[in-house]
Design a protein around this ligand. Sequence first.
Ligand code: G3P
Length: 240
Amino acid sequence: MIIYAHRGLSGCYPENTMIAFQKAYECGARALELDVQITKDEKIVVIHDEKIDRTTNGKGFVKDFTVDEIKDFDAGSWFDHLYKDEKIPTLEEVLQWLSNIEGRMLVNIELKNKEFSQRKFLRELINVIKKYDSPNHHIIFSSFIFENLIELRNLDKEVSLALLIEWNNNYSVKEIMRLSKIVNAKYVHTDIRFLQSDIVDMLCNLINVCVYTVNDNNIYEIAKSKGIFGIFTDFANKMI
Ligand code: G3P
């Protein structure tokens, strides 16, 4: 099973920061998940929420700050004062770091914002990815926003896509596979609660299924027994 370090080693370090990615790598993770948003000057930065309030010492929307302005915020102290020097990374910084590591890393970039369905932002995204293209990492894009996946697929026939599915009792295998086929997704990433339903068992026979967020050993075993392709965990150190 692939073990994705969810937002880096986010159970032990501030999520989506360079230290969380570096520590995930050091503990042996060879799959990384990170989230991206867009700044006022149309650069791509690595942060989960649309607002900086939860994970920095600042307040406001990412889209209202330039990269230079966003770099002024402390993205580590909310987790522990030890990490006060951590900043919100740009996607470029993460990819540059990845292109220098040894070994091969699978990288899942989650497009958090509906603005990513706009061509100019997708172009910026693809440009950044291509600039740091390297044989030692493979990128998979995912999004809960289906429009983002459709537009990305329209722009680039080659990129690997994952359909992200949030918990909803009304989903059927047929519907999930229909959506996957529209964007030619190679993977389906589903909420952990789907593990209780037989949807996951059926899906695993049809496509690569990853489950988020698995932080418990027992759930890990259940996922493994069901033939899950991968899990997202905040504790890659423990799961590995
Ligand atoms: O990409 C898997 C998982 O990260 C999706 O949920 O809320 O952590 O972005 P969330």
